[in-house]
Design a protein around this ligand. Structure first.
Ligand code: PLP
Length: 413
């Protein structure tokens, strides 16, 4: 069993004076190993039965619900699994939350060998801890990691480990509706080298942050600025993968939109100005057909420029099951910002919303595009359209186990 911290480090950590976290004094082992020629037959798969748990001696208490700020507070522990080209996946560890110690030449810092996931654990009314469609997150993470020459893993093994981790942190999962534990699986290349090549070692870790509802006082419809001077993703690129390198370049256009009073930006693509995504969410629009009057819920297709959102997939599946019988048409197709502008002018744009794990849905009030303001169909007194609201209730009902559904994964105590 390879401890995450050397046992001497753990001993010194245990002796840490009061006032500073114990891990502050611990000398963590650097995540840099020498890549050696590997025989793939000897590489080990990810094995949850080998999990070793070292519990913190200083457990936290959960903050008051109103004090929870997304991604600012973390739980007591982290799940870590090292991988080397020679040995494959080493024994998984749950250890006290702590700093990583990495050589400045580690490849993640230079060539962005990093990918991540965003998912949540929910506490239901019986105190059970549930994950929502974790298979989707794990499949997406494998696609992301494979694209940047990082290792992949057996999804069911990783789900088992994430479930055990969430169970261990269950005292730090708020139980009110809308509250949850945000889980951040992350993988980084840890090889110490400035040579550009496939990392010979990697670290897969999961940290967790207790979070409250995205809109604590109910929905607040957002205003968007359509960004046409920068693109988020392009065909053949990596915008359909959850790579850290995709996110930093999005901040400046977002800041520019914010500087002009808009909460988010809307990403367009190509000369046709196709609508792709809204900030870090997938985009949906409900439009009435000009000729037939049929209502259509439309979102962009997975053509390589769109992140394959778990919420997007859930909205589509629920819409096909529950809205089609009401006469709706559900489409994954390309649509342009002009199509939205025309529908709006003709009173055919019923509503629009973003969809993602953080908020589930985020209703849109208006979009600024080329000096024009596209009204997305909400009355002044409304903060959400009917479809966004129904989707939120359906999805939340499944996440909290109020509706029994195969998408909800109940973790074992
Ligand atoms: C670019 C982008 N699009 C869409 C999404 C929504 O994906 P999901 O529903 O899986 O959270 C996210 C959030 O992870 C994202 O970062």
């Amino acid at each position: 069993m390879r401890p995450f911290l050397r046992s001497s480090a753990l001993r010194s950590a245990a002796k840490a004076p009061r006032g500073l976290p114990a891990y502050y004094y611990a000398t963590a082992r650097p995540f840099s190993v020498k890549a050696a020629a590997a025989s793939s037959s000897s590489r080990r798969p990810l094995d949850p039965s080998k999990l070793h748990i070292t519990k913190t001696k200083h457990p936290k208490t959960l903050s008051k619900p109103e004090d929870l700020v997304f991604g600012k507070e973390f739980t007591d522990h982290m799940l870590t699994i090292e991988w080397t080209e020679k040995d494959g996946w080493l024994d998984p560890q749950i250890v006290p939350y702590q700093n990583l110690s990495l050589d400045p030449a580690t490849c993640v810092f230079h060539y962005a060998f990093e990918c991540f996931e965003g998912m949540k654990a929910y506490k239901d009314k019986n105190g059970q801890i549930r994950l929502f469609r974790p298979d989707k997150n794990m499949a997406r993470m494998n696609k992301s990691s494979a694209r940047i020459a990082l290792p992949t893993f057996e999804p069911t093994a990783m789900i088992e480990l994430v479930a055990k981790f969430a169970q261990l942190e269950k005292n730090l999962i708020p139980d009110q509706r809308g509250y949850s534990l945000y889980l951040r699986p992350t993988m980084i290349g840890t090889q110490k080298t400035l040579g550009v090549g496939a990392p010979g070692s990697a670290l897969l870790y999961v940290i967790a942050s207790p979070v409250g509802p995205y809109y604590p006082t109910g929905f607040k419809a957002v205003s968007l600025e359509a960004t046409d001077y920068a693109v988020r993703a392009w065909p053949g690129g990596v915008g359909d993968k959850k790579l850290g390198a995709n996110y930093a370049p999005c901040i400046v256009p977002q800041l520019e939109a914010a500087g002009r009073g808009f909460q988010q930006n809307l990403w367009l693509f190509g000369e046709e100005q196709y609508v792709t995504e809204v900030g870090t969410m997938n985009m949906f629009a409900a439009i009435k057909d000009k000729a037939t009057g049929q209502k259509e819920l439309v979102t962009a297709p997975l053509d390589g420029t769109i992140l394959e959102g778990v919420t997007r997939d859930s909205v589509l599946a629920l819409a096909r099951e529950r809205l089609v019988p009401e006469g709706w048409k559900i489409s994954e197709r390309k649509y342009t910002i002009k199509e939205l502008a025309d529908a709006s002018k003709e009173g055919r744009l019923i509503e629009a919303f973003g969809a993602g794990t953080a908020a589930i849905v985020s209703p849109i009030r208006k979009i600024s595009w080329k000096g024009e303001m596209i009204d997305c169909g909400l009355k002044e007194t409304e903060e959400s359209g009917e479809i966004a609201l129904r989707m939120k209730n359906w999805i939340e009902g499944i996440q909290y186990g109020e509706e029994e559904h195969e998408w909800s994964y109940v973790t074992k105590a």
